[in-house]
Design a protein around this ligand. Structure first.
Ligand code: ATP
Length: 450
């Protein structure tokens, strides 16, 4: 079982808290996405977990182990970064195999193979040279030419075809000439099996003997992922691994990542500042701001019941609309009144807003998909005009302007049949309205009134 727990973890740079008292548990096999704006402390949290950054206060646990003092290598964590960090002169096979070789094959073993390879090439050259004498003797006119072209052909084959070099290396190993090489042969056989399995899983099996620069961005990112997967670590840490890819590839890789994680069942922490990526990938999302964890929950929870105005505004695209206004009582009825409109408070909020917030400033929050626009009729309470129309194919974003320079975005299904400057009635779906404390930004929870 590999859960990851941050207990009161903080990271200070001088007096500045990059991460402030983080308490978070990532369950075994869970895909947790850490999301937040730039500089909110996501990467620092990951780096502390990976052992690349000292922890100022608190403890980090992997399973039952407190790992504060464990070196990065001992933590059994694999990281994937935004930059692929592949070795450019190595084949994809060697890039994938590198981590496993580092762990299992000693420098002297590798050197021995290199030496044997050099000896084998020298023997081959010797045989070839001797053979050339025979040809020279039998065919005095063309013998030298045949020899030189054969030699050049051999060298070019070795330089050009990584697969040939790989096969020669494997051949030497499998001769098991020395006991040290016999064990290495076993390890290399196992590595080969894993490289093939991982490359098949990631759809890069055909690319194994190419160099990174011969691959597309998406394929390179798959290699970077493969390098993490192949080690079968206890925990994956991914820091914006898809942000170098174009939009279409990102969507495709998102789905692949999800499938892969569910198959491998490895506890994963994934960092991004892209809330759509967070919503689509996560079992649970942890939202951070200015070093402080704001909320942890399923995508649905953080979307429907954000704890505060920051989370409400950060999750969802386009963002939630906010309006600043006062809770007022008019002829016994409760209203939210901004400079632009006066809206009756929905029934579930009446008790708490009347008891605690009457006469006070609050924020009203409503998502673009929870606003209905209809043709203007004088009887309605809220009126706005169409400022901008943004059709995106499946939907249209309608920017509506209220008096007093207030505006909101409305998401309308399909192509909206409105005209610019047209006056419309605006209806907020009451069950989807949110109110936030003006001072603290906390969401006002209607259930607290009960
Ligand atoms: P991004 O999405 O831009 O990568 P992030 O959420 O990952 O941002 P971090 O890299 O964790 O943010 O940085 C958190 C804060 O700590 C930032 O304000 C950053 O400037 C600060 N910080 C990070 N490393 C150091 C350092 N070595 N010295 C001083 N301040 C640092």
């Amino acid at each position: 079982m590999t859960s990851v727990t941050f207990n009161n973890v903080s990271k200070y740079y001088g007096n500045f808290a990059a991460v402030d008292d983080l308490n978070l548990t990532v369950e075994d096999q869970e895909f947790l996405v850490l999301v937040g704006p730039s500089g909110c402390g996501k990467t620092t949290s990951l780096r502390m977990l990976a052992g690349l950054e000292d922890i100022s206060t608190g403890t980090i646990q992997i399973g039952e182990r407190i790992v504060n003092d464990e070196p990065p290598k001992a933590r059994d964590i694999a990281m994937v970064f935004q930059s692929y960090a592949l070795y450019p002169h190595w084949t994809i096979y060697d890039n994938l195999a590198f981590g496993l070789r580092m762990r299992n094959v000693s420098f002297s073993q590798n050197f021995l193979v290199f030496l044997l390879q050099a000896i084998l090439y020298s023997i081959a050259l010797g045989i070839f040279y001797a053979f050339s004498y025979v040809i020279e003797f039998l065919l005095p006119d063309v013998g030298a030419l045949l020899f030189i072209s054969g030699l050049i052909g051999g060298i070019v084959t070795l330089i050009m075809f990584a697969e040939v070099r790989h096969d020669i290396r494997r051949f030497i190993l499998n001769l098991k000439l020395l006991p040290a090489l016999a064990s290495m042969a076993e390890i290399e056989n196992e590595i080969e099996m894993k490289v093939k399995e991982t490359s098949t899983l990631l759809g890069i099996r055909e690319q194994l003997f190419k160099k990174p620069k011969q691959l597309s961005g998406g394929q390179r990112q798959r290699v970077a992922l493969g390098r993490a997967i192949i080690r079968s670590p206890e925990v994956f840490l991914m820091d914006e691994p898809l942000s170098n890819l174009d939009a279409k590839l990102r969507v495709q890789m998102r789905a692949e990542l999800q499938r892969m994680q569910k198959r491998l069942k490895t506890t994963t922490i994934y960092v991004t500042h892209d809330q759509i990526e967070a919503m689509t990938l996560a079992d649970r999302i942890a939202i951070m701001n200015e070093g402080v964890l704001q909320q942890v929950g399923t995508p649905d929870e953080v979307y429907t019941t954000p704890v505060n105005k920051f989370v409400a505004g950060f999750i969802g695209s386009p963002s939630m609309n906010f309006s600043e206004g006062k809770i007022i009582v008019d002829q016994g009825e409760l209203f939210f009144e901004s400079g632009s409109f006066k809206y009756p408070v929905p029934s579930q909020y009446r008790e708490i807003l009347r008891e605690v917030f009457a006469g006070k400033l609050v924020w009203l929050g409503i998502r673009p998909e929870h606003i209905q626009l209809t043709e203007y009729s004088a009887s309605r309470q809220v009126m706005a005009s169409v400022g901008v129309l943004e059709p995106i194919g499946s939907d249209t974003y309608v920017y509506i302007d209220f008096p007093k320079e207030e505006s909101m975005i409305v998401k309308v299904e399909g192509i909206a049949g409105f005209k610019l400057d047209e006056e419309l009635d605006v209806k907020f779906l009451p069950e989807h309205l949110h109110f936030f404390n003006y001072e603290t930004g906390h969401r006002i929870n209607p259930e607290e009134a009960e």
